[in-house]
Design a protein around this ligand. Sequence first.
Ligand code: COS
Length: 394
Amino acid sequence: MKRLSPAQNLILREINALNERDFLGWPFFNDAHRQFARELDAWLTTQHVDHDNVDAACRTWVVRLGEAGWLQAIQPPLDLRKLCLARETLARYDGLADFAFAMQGLGSVPIALFGGETLHRRYVPNVASGTTIAAFALSEKAAGSDVAAIRTSARREGSRYVIDGEKTWISNGGIADFYIVFARSGGEGARGLSAFVVDADSPGLTIAERIDVLAPHPLATLRFDGCTVSEDQRVGREGDGFKIAMATLDFFRSTVAAAALGFARRALEETIAHVKTRRLFGTTLGDLQMTQARVAEMATDIDASALLVYRAAFEKDRGKERVTSESSMAKWFSTEAAQRVIDSAVQLFGGRGVTRGEIVERLYREIRALRIYEGASEIQQLVIARQILAASST
Ligand code: COS
């Protein structure tokens, strides 16, 4: 057989990639990314986890993702494109698989990025192997969007801190082995916050209530009542808590956008299969121009989201220190776009679309929280505008 030139090989590889999942052919990715996405996709076709008991389902996903090596992606050196591809791919299959993956990252990356060697060794490898479950405890009832208003306190007593207060809407609350807790160790405002790793079995830490939500996943309110941690459990320096929280969110917001993209892709795939086979008025639903307009909107929303997600991840991976506006743009646009895409899917499925057990019905419930958590859409708009206005010299 005639050997192909390197250029022909490249073209062939690109064509294969385009045939498989066309966006993988985009220049944002290298071969390792493409291989990672394809292998994860293939692995997921062999997995199924029942959602009857969400705590058990999440634990199962953490163990399986850990044992199969997928959680290694949350260990440094971090590759944001890989994390986004992971979340996009997982969300296409199962929202809880994505949730389990995301929370292992959100609850350990602050340690990996800002904690010292000892904290890192104590926590991160176990999270990456799926043997411990991590969580990120930032929000309070009156301080979710306004992080600088956090009231939970961390009072210094010698070489220890005593934590008092409440955190709520904490994902993995109730099943986590440890929490990254943001608390006020100094004065008012953003500069008074510090971050701590608090083990779930620490005396003084209790689960005040479990919270049941639209798309069930482990969620709880935590109460800290004289909960004592040693100073070596502090992540970064005293007073760095706000910046650690912001930098972590800058990093993870692109991945939330990627998960929304995964949900939206699944909705479009389900819709295409449905409109090509559903017959009415002597033809198929897909032959009607009104349907075609919907499909065009859905596909364009998806591509625009993907471009924003992987632009943000690409910029981060090539060394840009802050991708605050890029990740906020990706998060805002992709979550809102996915909501539109999934709503169109439900509409095109008609009665089936709102029937429990249908995939688009599940997606409709799953997408909603993504427009709120890790910064509501309105907060993303605020962050983007601030960055744009601050960068302008006039
Ligand atoms: N990365 C690093 N540093 C950052 C930063 C970022 N993304 N954003 C702000 N900072 C720094 C600022 O530079 C400033 O530093 P100096 O004090 O040295 O000047 C400091 O942090 C305070 O910043 P700012 O004045 O912008 O703070 P605000 O209280 O005005 O912040 C927003 C407001 C909306 C940006 C912030 O509260 C936020 O992101 N809220 C949403 C949080 C969220 O996602 N909640 C959901 C719950 S988590 S699941």
